[in-house]
Design a protein around this ligand. Structure first.
Ligand SMILES: [Zn+2]
Length: 592
């Protein structure tokens, strides 16, 4: 397109409110071709920070799919882009308002990055650790507290760096019927306040276990998972020894927080290595709540990111607002000026700030039923290291209290009334749940945890192969929990084909499910699935106990699938499929 080369970018200057100028002379791309303009921007960097002005919500949403919007102040947006993303932005006729210095360029100019190479140098928590020191710290947490701390490897980055997670709990090596919580920081490699604060949180819990009552209770009664650094290649982009060259994106130049499968748009494009590892790790755990810690603002951003609240509200919006307010309130007891960057209340429905697609928060909420929130913890992404203790002082009480929210509400266990064995059951709040806000009890021990705002609720418990049960009038008080242990009666008619209550979500089976054929049935090797419209395979359940025995790592929507049934023991199975518009259907097959 010739138009693309006639870029009218007259006002291109270094806009700097306290931000040092990146280049003294203004770039004048008026007469330059797009390519040479891009060359000039991406000469020394793989990603650039820039601003644009936009007021039209539809345009903002379109731009959000091209570049990575990072911040919004009225109609002025700050965004990141790699070369390809910037080309798309300009080719579609949008205009750059200004190009900014990146957080790491600012930090380098201000010489504010102080690195620690030894544990002793981290004693005051006022430095950033080198990558080798980070690994050493994580290992030593587990080695020095072997009973209450386990070190997990979530996976590896593109460049082979470790993505690690500490599990902190009494009996850390067992899966216990306690609420599981997941803190994860710095998916954007240049947002590193949370990185150091998460290390310090782990240290605080381990150090105070047995002496401080609150820390001891948290470790005893919860399963706390802490992943301080989910984008190590971004944080240590220039060298293992320094974070001063940190980038937002990973080593492939991809924004990891715009790279998760998007349920509503059906965009399941290539998943980066770091994210695939995270998807697998979270799918393997029964996390009740999670926090994705960022920097660049100070605000709590709750679901949904993909919609404005006028389009779609979370079923538990009132609960989100209440727990966010509690977080903000206890920070403001220490620093009354904190969490005011976006609004006075300090929290916001994500899409009302700006719409983000393919983010991790919405993915975890929709696909894993994990209540994840995005915590923007410091307005400066890469603050002067000497200021890190200030952020700890403001946030640590809130970080502890926020975890406790996972244990409030309604909890209990679901088991088989005959055998007493745990059941993975769908737990649905009648007339309330929608968009995956329903939860499941654990297949391992049957425990379930349903955080919910104070009120009176009817809960329905169901699982394939069992008669469902509804408990009415469960009362919940704030900052408290109500226990309901449930035994479900096996429904033997399952075996004769009278499906009673298949494992569907709260919306129930769709009225017009996709027509689908399975063959051969009974099957011994490969099961072929053919549908009239594209479907994805959700899960395979064993009829005898309702356990999920297979679940695909990535859900592809297509009309024909194959499933390797050779690995399944003989018996009756249920295959759950889903169409692109989210309707589900259950199909039965027999393994010979
Ligand atoms: Zn971020």
């Amino acid at each position: 397109m010739k138009r693309a080369f006639l870029l009218i970018l007259t006002i291109l200057f270094i806009k700097a409110c306290n931000i040092p100028a990146l280049q003294a002379a203004a770039i004048e791309p008026q007469e330059k071709s797009l390519l040479s303009f891009l060359d000039s921007i991406f000469q020394n960097r793989t990603e650039t920070v820039f601003q644009f002005i936009e007021t039209d919500p539809a345009q903002i949403e379109a731009i959000s799919r091209m570049v990575s919007i990072d911040r919004k102040q009225d109609s002025l947006f700050t965004a990141y882009a790699n070369r390809q993303e910037m080309a798309a932005f300009l080719q579609s006729g949008h205009r750059i308002h200004s190009i900014l210095a990146s957080p790491t360029e600012i930090a380098r100019q201000q010489k504010s990055i102080s690195m620690a190479q030894t544990m002793e140098e981290m004693a005051e928590w006022n430095r950033y650790p080198t990558y080798p020191l980070y690994i050493e710290m994580m290992r030593s947490f587990a080695q020095e507290h072997p009973d209450i701390c386990r070190l997990d490897t979530i996976g590896f980055s593109v460049k082979g760096r470790l993505i690690l997670c500490l599990k902190i709990s009494d009996n850390a090596h067992q899966e216990e019927p306690e609420p599981s919580f997941f803190y994860s920081s710095s998916i954007h490699g240049d947002e590193l306040t949370g990185y150091v604060l998460m290390l310090r949180l782990a240290d605080y819990l381990l150090d105070n276990y047995g002496s401080d009552e609150e820390a001891t209770r948290l470790v005893d009664e919860m399963q706390i998972h802490i992943n301080p650094l989910s984008n190590p290649d971004g944080a240590y982009a220039l060298s293992d020894e320094n974070v001063s060259g940190a980038t937002r994106y990973n080593a492939n130049g991809i924004d990891l927080n715009r790279n998760y499968p998007d349920f509503w748009s059906g965009d399941h494009s290539r998943i980066e290595k770091e994210n695939q590892a995270m998807i697998d790790y979270v799918a393997a755990h029964d996390f009740v709540m999670a926090v994705n810690v960022h920097g660049g603002s100070d605000v709590l951003n709750y679901p949904w990111d993909g919609f404005r609240s006028s389009q779609k509200e979370h079923a538990d919006a009132a609960w989100w607002q209440a727990i966010c307010a509690r977080y903000v309130d206890s920070c403001r007891l220490v620093d009354a000026a904190s969490y005011r960057d976006v609004n006075s209340q300090g929290y916001i429905h994500g899409g009302d700030w700006y719409v983000v697609h393919n983010g991790r928060q919405d993915y975890f909420n929709i696909y894993n039923h994990v209540r994840e929130l995005t915590l923007e913890i410091s307005v400066t992404k890469l603050p002067d290291a000497s200021r890190l203790p200030d952020f700890w002082n403001t946030n640590w009480r809130s970080l502890l209290n926020y975890m406790k929210e996972a244990g409030y509400g309604i909890r209990g266990s679901v088991s088989d009334s005959v055998s007493g064995e745990p059941i993975r059951a769908l737990v649905c709040v009648q007339g309330h749940d929608k968009d995956s806000s329903q939860i499941y009890s654990s297949a391992i021990h049957g425990a379930y945890f349903r955080p919910i705002e104070a009120g009176t609720y009817d809960l329905r418990f169901s699982a394939p192969g069992y008669f469902p049960k509804t408990i009415q009038g469960i009362q919940v008080r704030n900052l408290n929990y109500t226990v309901n242990n449930i035994a479900l009666l096996p429904d033997t008619s399952w075996h004769s084909g009278l499906a009673n209550d298949p494992p569907v979500d709260a919306n129930g089976l769709d009225k017009n499910p996709a027509t689908c054929r399975l063959y051969p049935n009974p099957v011994s090797g490969t099961l072929h699935i053919e549908a009239d419209e594209p479907v994805s395979l959700q899960a395979v359940y064993r009829v005898s106990d309702g356990r999920r025995v297979l679940a695909p790592r990535i859900r592809n929507f297509q009309k024909a699938h194959r499933l390797d049934a050779s690995i399944l023991p003989s018996g009756f199975y249920l295959l759950e499929i889903e169409t692109e518009n989210g309707s589900r259907n259950i199909l039965r097959f027999v393994k010979q």
